[in-house]
Design a protein around this ligand. Structure first.
Ligand code: DLL
Length: 437
């Protein structure tokens, strides 16, 4: 297979007209395929929808939305659209509450996914000459195998290191000429913090590329990581229901993530009215995969909030760009009547050089009435050596900045570097104990 085939160049370089024609063709095929699954067969019958009536993208609004709850109800295999013998892989979501969601892939689905992922990695300029260490968890989590197969498809040497064990990561990076890493941003920050605590400089690792995703993070966090390591950070987005990573990735302009519209039809809707928001406005991302045959999902409500960045990217690609996610609709906190995403707080914290990279927002309810947010944040290593007065002043100043950003006063607790819990995968930034009162 030559390089252009490995990265699906013909799809990558499509212009808007080609994308649209292809999407219409694939949507019609996808809907017919979905109708073979017990779930959509029943759903379409109930709605009186004939799959043959879906002829182009203009018909997409005739189709039902699919929610996470639908996936749970269809568990384990009611959305399966092929004979089980054609399935080569199963992934499930992390499923912290109740049954997970199960996603099946045919051999062709897996190949298409690897191609999308290879294409995504290559957008940064990384090639088959690069060595990629994958710090994502292997197993059911798609950040492991998803990235892995993509890197191999690109022809890179893949190191399936998995999360945890920082000394081993560092040894592998140094001994095997690693040029790129894939991790969650919180884990990449943890590795840097740990190196700095040991008197080491992350820049000395010589890494060039970091593909970071699987959890929301701010531009301030990206800048800080780039500064610490000297690499470029590429925001990487995906979700298990849509295969996993490889749905959208930033190019070298680092200005929004190109979403692969040859593989996903994108809608951004108002979560209340379910109508499209005007292009450029924030709404819930709804995705329809159009190259997946084993288990097509129609108009999946991701619950992720973002917007399409209007206009063409300077890199010339015509696949549209998603802005950095503000969070999930279910991540939004209401503190003393104020709506706030944790990312708003992160933005303030990460701009302060004297603070470390790890923090937790703890919510409680005082006397059963008043919401209290305690921000526990680690100090940077050097911040401990100055005078107590300087620290006190900085803390007071930080309190004012948080109040400006959040609209309410929070309690700030400065803690020692390395003292907050570290997650090997997605960081748990919010502990909400308000319900127990
Ligand atoms: O997190 C897939 C993935 C792996 C993406 C590795 C990127 C890198 P899930 O475990 O199903 O799959 O979680 C998907 O994570 O709906 C978002 O809420 C969140 N998420 C993923 N990437 C980003 C990102 C993987 N770049 C859920 N920014 C999604 C913000 C993200 N949130």
């Amino acid at each position: 297979m030559d390089f252009s085939e490995r990265i699906g160049e013909r799809f990558k370089l499509m212009n808007r007209d080609e994308i649209r024609a292809w999407q219409s063709e694939r949507l019609a095929i996808t809907v017919k395929q979905a109708a073979k699954s017990p779930w959509y067969k029943a759903k379409f019958a109930e709605m009186g929808l004939n799959p043959e009536d879906i002829k182009s993208c203009d018909d997409i609004k005739k189709l039902p939305l699919t929610t996470k709850e639908d996936l749970r109800l269809s568990y384990p295999d009611k959305m399966l659209a092929v004979d089980k013998s054609e399935i080569v892989r199963l992934h499930t979501s992390s499923g912290t509450t109740g049954k997970p969601t199960a996603i099946f892939h045919t051999a062709q689905d897996i190949q298409n996914w690897a191609e999308l992922m290879a294409r995504s990695i290559n957008l940064s300029g990384a090639t088959d000459k690069d060595v990629l260490q994958n710090m994502s968890g292997y197993g059911m989590f798609t950040g492991g195998l998803g990235i892995h197969f993509g890197g191999e498809r690109l022809g890179m040497m893949m190191i399936p290191a998995g999360p945890g064990n920082t000394p081993r990561h560092l040894m592998l990076i140094r001994d095997f000429g690693v040029t790129a890493i894939h991790a969650t941003p919180s884990y990449a920050m943890h590795v840097a913090d740990e190196m700095i605590s040991n008197g080491e400089d992350p820049k000395a690792l010589g890494l060039k590329y970091a593909f970071l995703g699987a959890e929301p993070y701010t531009e301030a966090m990206r800048l800080r990581l780039q500064e610490l390591y000297g690499f470029k950070v590429y925001n990487s987005y995906g979700l298990s229901e849509m295969n996993g990573p490889g749905v959208a990735m930033e190019c070298t302009y680092q200005n929004g993530m190109h979403i692969w519209e040859d593989s996903y039809i994108v809608e951004v809707i108002n979560p209340e009215t379910l109508e499209d928001v005007p292009e450029g406005e924030i709404g819930e991302l709804v995705l329809t995969p159009i190259r997946r045959m084993g288990m097509p999902i129609i108009r999946y409500r991701t619950r992720d909030l973002t917007r399409i960045i209007p206009g063409k990217c300077e890199c010339g690609l015509e696949h549209r760009r998603l802005a950095r996610f503000v969070g999930r609709s279910d991540d939004m906190l209401i503190v003393r009547g104020v709506n706030i995403f944790p990312s708003r707080i992160e933005q303030v914290l990460m701009a302060e050089e004297w603070l470390g990279g790890n923090y937790v927002l703890h919510l409680t309810r005082e006397d059963g009435k008043m919401d209290v947010m305690t921000i526990r944040v680690e100090l940077a290593k050097d911040a401990m050596s100055g005078s107590v007065d300087v620290l006190k002043n900085r803390k007071a100043e930080l309190g004012r900045k948080i109040k400006d950003a959040a609209g309410f006063t929070a309690i700030i607790e400065l803690v020692e570097p390395g003292s907050l819990p570290v997650s090997m995968g997605k960081a748990k930034r919010v502990i909400d104990e308000r319900d127990i009162f």
